[in-house]
Design a protein around this ligand. Structure first.
Ligand code: COA
Length: 157
């Protein structure tokens, strides 16, 4: 059974993330979306809120699980029997950071490979930060996030 971990901050999950996840779920037997608890970024949503919204967003995928983790991603992957980390690539600007991350992970554990997937072009420009900025300035984020995230953010943030 090929298990892949899709790690990230998902603050919040977007339609771009879901597009990557859909592709990953068609390639791997099981995909675990893992929300990093100790990321460097200041949280907008709590990790528990993110996990809840991701669970709601992925409820139609039968081979996807949602979890959170602390510590190194590769340790989490090993504990869950995963050999692959999924990362999304949107634009050339993602490349340098993603290359560094994947090579660091590979230096820490050569058994675990990173697989990069791309989103549909219409999601290429989305990021969680731009969604937060649009929301904070009263703009419409409904095109960019799953419906449950739209409802939650417009009612609670
Ligand atoms: N659609 C929309 N947005 C996307 C996207 C997609 N398909 N793919 C990436 N993004 C955006 C995210 O929204 C996020 O935007 P933001 O910067 O505005 O918040 C940005 O791209 C990158 O976020 P994400 O993919 O969530 O990665 P991250 O950099 O926040 O998290 C971890 C990286 C958590 C995977 C990494 O830090 C990690 O593994 N941490 C654990 C410790 C560890 O093992 N470190 C590595 C060895 S030192």
């Amino acid at each position: 059974m090929k298990i892949a971990i899709y790690p990230g901050s998902f603050d919040p999950i977007t339609k771009g993330h879901l597009d990557i996840l859909k592709n990953a779920s068609e390639i791997f037997d099981k995909v675990i979306i893992a929300v990093a608890r100790n990321g460097e970024k200041k949280g907008f949503l709590t990790v528990d809120e993110r996990v809840k919204l991701i669970k709601e967003s992925v409820k139609d995928f039968d081979n996807v699980e949602v979890d959170s983790f602390e510590g190194l991603t590769i340790e989490y992957a090993k504990q869950h029997g995963a050999e692959v980390l999924i990362r999304g690539l949107r634009a050339v600007s993602d490349f340098e950071y993603e290359m560094q991350l994947s090579q660091t992970n590979s230096a820490l554990c050569s058994d675990i490979k990173t697989v990069f997937l791309t989103t549909k072009p219409k999601y290429n420009f989305i990021s969680s930060s731009t969604i937060k900025e649009i929301l904070n300035n009263g703009g419409d984020i409904s095109k960019f996030v799953p419906e449950c995230v739209f409802k939650y953010l417009t009612q609670n943030k």
